[in-house]
Design a protein around this ligand. Structure first.
Ligand SMILES: NC(=O)c1ccc[n+]([C@@H]2O[C@H](COP(=O)([O-])OP(=O)(O)OC[C@H]3O[C@@H](n4cnc5c(N)ncnc54)[C@H](O)[C@@H]3O)[C@@H](O)[C@H]2O)c1
Length: 387
């Protein structure tokens, strides 16, 4: 049963096999490390421009409002002359040997282009295929989920001037999918933490802090209770911090972080927070609440080979096809994508046009208290690009 339910990465599975032997504590620290040569960047973008001077980017428009908000991104990118060619793919799942899989054409496209922008994908509740979002993360081993949490000037929320970043380990921890029945009425769920996956996300967090000019990295943990699993994560962070002498490092207990964040988030502005999977899932939504909710929240799922950028909201079936959707979260996710690809000038000009449009408040969509249709909001951003 345990083996059947095991969905972790191959290296994690190897680690688990070692961990289940009698010398548990000793073996834990013998799992093969994630070797990164000094100076090498974790998850560096490997794409190259084509002969037309453009990068090709896979576009998964998604379900519900996905095609409408994707159209806004395409219109704004075209107006801003971003050197990108979109390659739309269909990710409608198929069943292969009883498992939900993504069509080969979609996998080939993301693998070839190293980068994708993704709209929301609907997940059937209690029946049908497993979450495609999870399938994509597993298929491409997208090990870090990056969620910037930044107030938008001019859009009033409970807190002003919030500007922190959360990085969540995206492949294991409590979401390893290793659950089994011990005896009737007793189930066990395994929180898998491996040196390999932890080192990878921790190194990425230090690198990300340097790249975006944040002076501090903070690990959020519960190593007081989960002494071995969170303990491994925390100890590795202490070791890796020595490789980054210019970045300050400290650690904080998850409960303490939650309390302090909702009391006053500003002291977190100089920090990148990095944490195991479940803590990141919860804390990143808490942070989205500080700055106006999921409709304005971008994210990136980062892998060694490729990365997928996506809005964190869902497919909004209640407003799909009505031209009411707010494309800001997908647009801001695409800006993270441009930064990842090194197209920083394009990123900054589109970002400024978005912030200007939101601050003007003349063409806002219904969720932000305005009356504009999706395309009218996009047109206002295009006007501000040219202003
Ligand atoms: N990353 C993803 O692809 C993702 C994330 C969350 C949910 N989902 C899926 O989306 C479907 C719907 O989920 P849900 O209803 O719980 O959450 P949802 O985010 O789709 O909608 C919640 C509420 O927010 C509104 N909303 C969401 N995005 C908006 C936008 N861009 N502009 C204006 N209003 C917006 C909706 O109209 C709705 O009232 C489900 O199938 C779920 O599994 C996908």
């Amino acid at each position: 049963m345990l083996a059947r339910n095991l969905r972790a990465a191959p290296a994690a599975r190897q680690c688990l096999r070692q961990l289940s032997r009698p010398t548990f504590a000793q073996q834990q620290f013998q799992c093969k490390g994630y070797a990164t040569a000094e100076g090498d960047k974790v998850a560096k973008f490997k794409g190259q421009k084509g002969s037309d001077g453009k990068y090709t980017v896979t576009l998964i428009e998604g379900d519900g409002i996905g095609p409408e908000i994707a159209q806004s991104v395409k219109d704004i990118y075209s107006a801003a002359n971003v050197p990108i060619k979109w390659e739309p793919v269909d990710v409608t799942p198929t069943l292969k040997d009883g498992k939900t899989v993504i069509p080969d054409e979609a996998i080939d496209s993301v693998t070839r282009n190293y980068v994708a922008l993704k709209g929301p994908l609907a997940t059937p509740v209690g029946k049908g295929h497993v979450s495609l979002n999870l399938t994509l993360r597993r298929t491409f081993n997208l090990f870090a989920n990056v969620r910037p949490c930044k107030s938008i000037a001019g859009y009033k929320t409970p807190y002003d001037n919030v500007n922190t970043v959360l990085i969540r380990e995206n492949t294991e921890g409590e979401y390893s999918g290793i659950e089994h029945v011990v005896v009737d009425g007793v189930v066990q769920s395994i929180k898998l933490i491996t040196r390999e996956a932890s080192e990878r996300v921790l190194r990425f967090a230090f690198q990300y802090a340097q790249d975006v000019g944040k002076p501090k990295v903070r690990v959020v943990h519960k190593a007081t209770i989960m002494k071995m699993s969170d303990g491994l994560f925390l100890n590795l962070a202490r070791d890796i911090a020595k490789e980054y002498p210019n970045v300050e490092f400290d650690a904080e207990m998850l409960d303490n972080t939650c309390l302090k964040m909702v009391t006053d988030p500003i002291p977190y502005n100089d920090k990148v927070l990095v944490m195991p999977n479940l803590y990141g899932d919860i804390l990143s939504d808490l942070c989205a609440g500080l700055i106006g909710g999921l409709g304005l929240t971008p994210s990136g799922n980062i892998g060694d080979e490729c990365s997928i950028f996506e809005a964190v909201h869902g497919s909004a079936p209640d407003i799909a096809g009505k031209g009411l959707a707010n494309p800001t979260a997908l647009l801001l996710s695409s800006i993270m994508m441009l930064q990842h690809m090194g197209l920083t000038q394009n990123a900054s000009s589109i970002e400024q046009a978005i912030f200007k449009t939101l601050a003007e408040g003349k063409a806002l969509t219904g969720d932000l208290g305005g009356k504009a249709k999706t395309h009218e909001y996009a047109d206002a951003i295009i006007s501000n690009l040219k202003a």
